[in-house]
Design a protein around this ligand. Structure first.
Ligand SMILES: C[S@@+](CC[C@H](N)C(=O)[O-])C[C@H]1O[C@@H](n2cnc3c(N)ncnc32)[C@H](O)[C@@H]1O
Length: 272
């Protein structure tokens, strides 16, 4: 006798002495193993979907209370600390992919070009430029601790003018057109919204501008400035805009990969 027909003819006797709960459970297991349905027709039936897994909501982190932007005194006090959280000067020493990309981005400039970095920290970019032949570089930096470390770390910058103070205080003291290039790297995003005169000053003292900045990050000390708009509205022409991720050197400096490099020149006066 075929096992299937034996089961068909005896299953009612078996069921009588099997406790109902066990019978039901065995029946379900058999169906699941055979991919069958509760219809029991013996024909192949569509698979039964497994019951949905219970939804377990993990404990949710408590959201930080939204914090307004810092006032400018608090902001500048932050930068002047010896070890501002996330911006400790000693973390800025050493060559990085971003300095390498910077050098490529300005390779059209002669090595005697006058170049200013606003927010130079310990000077790794400036040192890299000096190492590659650019001898007329200067920096502006608000942190005295970063400038102290710059002096200890980069002997090639021993004759370099580093203007210690905020861009707000220093830039007005520099002459019109005193630089062929003014550049920033992760600094415009930290310029307080009440300090837009800093952008006027950059345009006044620099014949061209390179801003290497992230897309509008926002926090109590990061402001989503629209970099192309800042300089276009001050009469500069955007001559190139390149994602930093397009340069292989950012592979060893992934933090900069989401930034873009915007290069601006003074717009030619319209022909009369
Ligand atoms: C994120 S770090 C970038 C440092 C450097 N550009 C680099 O890429 O290695 C920002 C720097 O800007 C400086 N900074 C921020 N606000 C400034 C201001 N208003 N004037 C001058 N420096 C400022 C900070 O002290 C810090 O050194």
């Amino acid at each position: 006798m075929e096992p299937a027909s034996f089961w068909s003819s005896h299953k009612h006797q078996v069921r009588r002495w099997v406790p109902p709960a066990i019978w039901e459970a065995a029946h379900r297991l058999r169906l699941r193993a055979s991919g069958g349905s509760t219809g029991g027709t013996g024909r192949s039936a569509p698979p039964v979907a497994a019951p949905p897994a219970p939804v377990v909501t993990p404990p949710q982190p408590v959201a930080a209370a939204p914090r307004g932007i810092d006032d400018i005194q608090t902001l500048h006090k932050f930068w002047r600390q010896p070890t501002p959280a996330g911006n400790v000067p000693s973390d800025y020493t050493g060559p990085t992919g971003r300095s390498e990309v910077l050098l490529k981005l300005i390779d059209d400039l002669p090595t005697d070009a006058r170049i200013l970095e606003v927010g130079c920290n310990v000077g790794r970019n400036l040192a890299y430029l000096v190492d590659h032949g650019y001898s007329h570089v200067e920096g502006v930096e608000i942190s005295p601790h970063a400038v102290e470390l710059l002096r200890e770390t980069y002997p090639q910058l021993s004759d370099t003018s580093i203007h210690l103070g905020s861009a707000e205080d220093i830039l007005p003291s520099l002459a019109d057109d005193s630089f062929d290039l003014v550049f920033t790297m992760a600094v415009i995003e930290h310029i307080h919204p009440s300090s837009t005169q800093v952008f006027d000053e950059i345009v006044r003292i620099g014949k061209s501008v390179l801003a290497i900045e992230p897309p509008g990050r926002t926090s109590h000390r990061q402001y989503p400035h629209d970099v192309p708009q800042i300089f276009a509205s001050r009469g500069l022409r955007l001559v190139s805009s390149q994602p930093m991720s397009s340069f292989p050197a950012t592979a060893n400096d992934t933090g900069i990969a989401i930034f873009s490099a915007y290069r601006f020149e003074r717009a030619e006066p319209a022909a009369t």
